[in-house]
Design a protein around this ligand. Structure first.
Ligand SMILES: Cc1cc2nc3c(=O)[nH]c(=O)nc-3n(C[C@H](O)[C@H](O)[C@H](O)COP(=O)(O)OP(=O)(O)OC[C@H]3O[C@@H](n4cnc5c(N)ncnc54)[C@H](O)[C@@H]3O)c2cc1C
Length: 349
């Protein structure tokens, strides 16, 4: 078998990079070890151009958002399924300080109008607080597990998915590319999430993994349509099922669900919902965060046909499409990788 790329990892990073290759008529094979607790499979799937604490824009928000909608529209067309859901996030502005900060920042100086100009009310009897919300526009949710599953089915149909642990020792470099078993590929990209630390080629990179936990709840009669944010995100999944979270823990990095995280999320729910709710499940995952809070993208310093897309932290949903495009532009069209995210920043000078 002869391909343009071997992609290691089919989380949101590997999946978006693969779709960018499809768009550019490049061939690939994906090697992914199925893992139910991978960050992408646990993720709430929210995309949001603002830092909800300060109401400032995230890194390259305008560029990311522009490309995000184009990219997902193309995916929707390709997979014949809609993925963009729950558009708009209602941010609860608890204090007068937060309300004033919102109003001072909302006059649009940006490419897009991200913040409502007014403070809004939500007419939902099941909520304790119905006043003092700011609406974040160009925000919402993607059903990531469904997206990954549908792409996986596509790869299985096309016989371009190998479900196994990538064996780094089997990689053999040739002048024009590399061999992995009987596959010859011009290039390889690693999209391994937190499993990056197993990778001998990128030993010089350090992630700062962050554990996150979420709850799934049922709240009969709440009938929320939009995402709410008040300390945690409360995300309607339909039929009065909701996802809630996520917590942050930099110390305990196992995959076990904790009573502490459950209590933390419950306390937010108890301050938000008037109606009784039932906890259906709890899940945890580890985000591939970095020390400087920037993604890691680019070419290996020694192996010129080896690439990485990692370090997506808390924002994999919005970052993956944009960074996949930047990387493909860099590889095939002389594009430039922004120095903020370039893997080169970790190389010894
Ligand atoms: C609780 C929680 C909630 C979150 N909510 C959001 C959210 O709302 N919005 C948002 O944008 N982000 C969210 N995130 C963060 C988001 O999940 C990550 O940014 C993103 O999933 C990282 O994707 P990835 O593809 O880099 O890594 P992963 O999802 O970890 O995927 C890596 C894949 O590579 C495979 N792999 C690794 N090494 C090998 C190997 N050697 N051989 C074979 N396969 C390998 C793994 O099995 C896995 O399938 C959340 C994270 C958590 C934990």
């Amino acid at each position: 078998m002869n391909v343009d790329f071997i992609i290691v990892g089919q989380g949101i990073a590997g999946t978006c990079f693969a779709f960018e290759l499809i768009k550019n008529q490049k061939s690939f094979i994906i090697i992914d070890k199925v893992e139910d607790n991978s960050s992408s499979k646990v993720a709430l799937g929210v995309y949001n151009p603002l830092v909800l604490k300060w109401f400032t824009k995230v890194w390259k928000a305008d560029e990311q958002i522009s490309y995000f909608y184009k990219f997902y529209n193309e995916i929707e067309h390709f997979l014949k399924h809609n993925f963009i859901e729950n558009e708009g996030i209602y941010k609860y502005l608890k204090t007068v300080y937060a309300q004033n900060m919102w109003l001072s920042k909302s006059p649009s100086k940006h490419k897009f109008d991200y913040m409502s100009q007014k403070i809004l009310t939500i007419n939902k009897e099941g909520l304790i607080n119905t006043n003092f919300y700011g609406l974040v526009k160009k925000a919402g949710r993607i059903d990531i597990p469904l997206l990954l599953r549908l792409f996986k089915n596509h790869y299985v149909d096309k016989k371009i998915l190998i479900e196994e642990d990538f064996n780094y020792e089997k990689l053999v470099f040739e002048h024009e590319g590399l061999y992995y078993n009987n596959i010859f590929s011009k290039n390889i990209i690693f999209c391994e999430g937190v499993k990056l630390f197993h990778n001998p080629y990128f030993k010089y990179l350090n992630l700062k993994p962050t554990k996150g936990e979420i709850l799934a709840i049922y709240c009969k009669g709440l009938s929320l349509k939009n995402i709410l944010h008040s300390r945690f995100l409360l995300i309607p999944l339909g039929n009065d099922y909701y996802s809630v979270g996520a917590t942050y823990d930099w110390n305990n990095l196992d995959n076990l669900c904790t009573a502490e995280a459950k209590a933390e999320i419950k306390s937010m729910l108890d301050q938000t919902l008037k109606l009784p709710y039932k906890i259906i499940s709890q899940r945890s995952g580890i985000r591939p965060s970095t020390f400087d809070r920037r993604a890691i993208v680019g070419r290996h310093n020694q192996y010129k046909n080896m690439y990485i897309l990692n370090g997506l932290g808390t924002r994999g949903v919005l970052l993956s499409p944009y960074l996949s495009k930047c990387l493909v532009d860099y590889i095939y069209y002389n594009g430039v990788i922004d120095s903020d995210v370039d893997v080169k920043r970790f190389e010894k000078k």
